[in-house]
Write a protein that binds this ligand. Structure first.
Ligand code: IPD
Length: 320
């Protein structure tokens, strides 16, 4: 039975600290929850890629010259197109054929619980506003997670982000590394925050945006530059490929970031939230570890994990 859109629009929560102290894209699963064996990991990874590519073909080939808004969600600018719905329907149909016992959490239709312990977390078009305008930065994101279908409790084990317009495809399986079009990718070597190119994004509500703009006023003077690409899934993959150094965003949902956080972490990124938390709707930060530490300290000082426009500044921060 399908649950409605998840309460509170869950965030990522896919990253934790390993026994060796390294921060990774997946919390250590409880001992009573075995991770998939190599054969199942390979199967889930192959399905994630195949489905993302099939939905990507639908999105690419079915894009009309003029795209209309079909509905809005959290605000009048949080749009859904007919293709978001068609792409999610296709992904759900294909998953029902290939893995009938699995759960599915999708951006447009919410959660269908499964019985297998595997849940698919799908974003049929991440970067819908770019899709609407024909800006070529939108992606299909497909991830397989194990454990309870709750972002703070599951472990992401396989993921694919397929950039629809140019076909670039990032894949990762837990412990298996990250790949772009079959070539292994690594994050950039750490650089000082002041020499780092930083991708970020903004939410859809006025209150959230005012707070994000306040934070940006203090972040922008402290970095090489800012990029707002418009797809968090692609942002995280660009961190993995070293095409930006860092990424942070408040307000991401599970489907925006499940596959991308695994790709980034398997490429060597530290992927965390603030104040020792894993990444979640409150905040996601990704990049090379020392630079992430610097950025996290700044974001914590700025209270970037709140929507309070009056929250603190960063006058005392070293790179200010
Ligand atoms: C959005 C994109 C965008 C990010 C927003 C997300 P959507 O996803 O990932 O880059 O800034 O927070 O909601 O709505 O296009 O699926």
């Amino acid at each position: 039975m399908r649950d409605g859109p998840p309460q509170g629009r869950p965030g990522g929560g896919t990253v934790g600290v390993r026994e060796d102290g390294r921060v990774t894209a997946h919390a250590s699963p409880p001992a009573d929850r075995p991770l998939p064996d190599a054969a199942l990991l390979a199967e889930l990874g192959a399905i994630a890629e195949d489905l993302a590519r099939q939905a990507g073909a639908l999105v690419r080939e079915g894009r009309p010259r003029r795209v209309d808004v079909a509905a809005t969600k959290t605000s009048p600018i949080d749009v859904v197109t007919a293709m978001d719905l068609a792409s999610e329907s296709l992904l759900r149909r294909l998953l029902a054929e290939r893995r009938p016992g699995d759960g599915i959490l999708g951006e447009e239709e919410g959660l269908d619980r499964g019985g297998s312990g595997v849940t698919w977390v799908i974003d049929p078009i991440d970067g819908t506003v770019n899709y609407l305008y024909g800006i070529p930065a939108y992606a299909v994101s497909v991830a397989a997670v194990v454990g309870p279908p709750r972002p703070t409790e599951w472990t992401v084990v396989a993921g694919c982000v397929h950039s629809v317009a140019d076909g670039r495809t990032w894949t990762a399986t837990l412990g298996g590394g990250a790949y772009e079009d079959g070539r292994r990718v690594r994050v950039n070597p750490p650089a000082p925050l002041a020499e780092s190119l930083l991708a970020t994004g903004f939410g859809y509500t006025t209150e959230r945006r005012r707070a994000q703009a306040r934070v940006l006023v203090d972040v922008l003077p402290r970095v090489r530059d800012i990029r707002r690409i418009g797809s968090a899934a692609i942002d995280l993959c660009l961190v993995a490929s070293g095409e930006v150094d860092l990424f942070y965003e408040r307000g991401l949902q599970a489907w925006d970031q499940a596959a991308g956080t695994l790709v980034a972490a398997e490429a060597g990124a530290t992927v965390v939230g603030l104040r020792g938390a894993p990444p979640s709707e409150a905040m996601t930060v990704a990049g090379p570890e020392p630079t992430v530490r610097e950025l996290v300290a700044l974001l914590e000082e700025l209270r970037a994990d709140t929507d309070d426009v009056a929250a603190g500044g960063a006058e005392g921060h070293p790179s200010g």
